[in-house]
Unconditional design. Structure first.
Ligand SMILES: Cc1cc2nc3c(=O)[nH]c(=O)nc-3n(C[C@H](O)[C@H](O)[C@H](O)COP(=O)(O)OP(=O)(O)OC[C@H]3O[C@@H](n4cnc5c(N)ncnc54)[C@H](O)[C@@H]3O)c2cc1C
Length: 123
């Protein structure tokens, strides 16, 4: 279990999915506070810090079949720019969402290490 707060404190998340426009974000915040009043009464008196994130991005890109699906995603190396790599859930031919982010980060790190070995061997 991840430790998200110091001993004696707690981090509480409440969330709901909104329409992509985010138009009902303020109403959504009141609704979430109401839910917390019900399940965790007294939270307002104990509050140290709060963060309201009404427009979180779930996925940074779709993978349309017309662009080859997952296998058609770009990177990690950026074409025509040496030593620049991208990582994220829109990168690489493996996984979806967080899996794709970590898979592309691992691939980018391996490619950077291989490039360095090659540069050292040439020098
Ligand atoms: C509510 C929700 C539920 C989810 N549930 C799951 C799940 O169950 N399983 C799963 O695998 N995935 C889930 N995801 C998706 C997962 O969180 C994302 O796929 C993953 O975080 C993408 O990682 P990323 O590094 O590509 O992008 P992000 O995590 O979006 O990171 C990009 C970072 O770049 C920063 N940034 C943006 N623009 C700039 C700029 N101009 N300059 C500097 N910094 C900038 C942003 O602030 C952000 O910190 C969920 C996402 C959400 C929002």
């Amino acid at each position: 279990v991840a430790r998200l707060a110091p001993t004696g404190a707690a981090t509480i998340h409440v969330a709901k999915y909104l329409h992509a426009s985010g138009d009902d974000a303020c109403a959504g915040e009141r609704e979430l506070e109401g839910l917390l009043d019900t399940v965790q009464p007294g939270w307002r008196e104990c509050l140290v810090e709060r963060q309201f994130l009404p427009l979180m991005t779930v996925a940074n890109a779709l993978v349309p079949a017309a662009r080859g699906g997952i296998a058609g995603r770009p990177g990690p190396p950026v074409p025509d720019i040496r030593n620049v790599y991208v990582v994220g859930d829109w990168v690489g031919a493996e996984g979806m969402l967080a899996d794709a982010t970590l898979a592309s980060a691992k691939l980018a790190a391996a490619q950077i290490a291989a490039d360095r070995r090659e540069a050292v061997a040439v020098a």
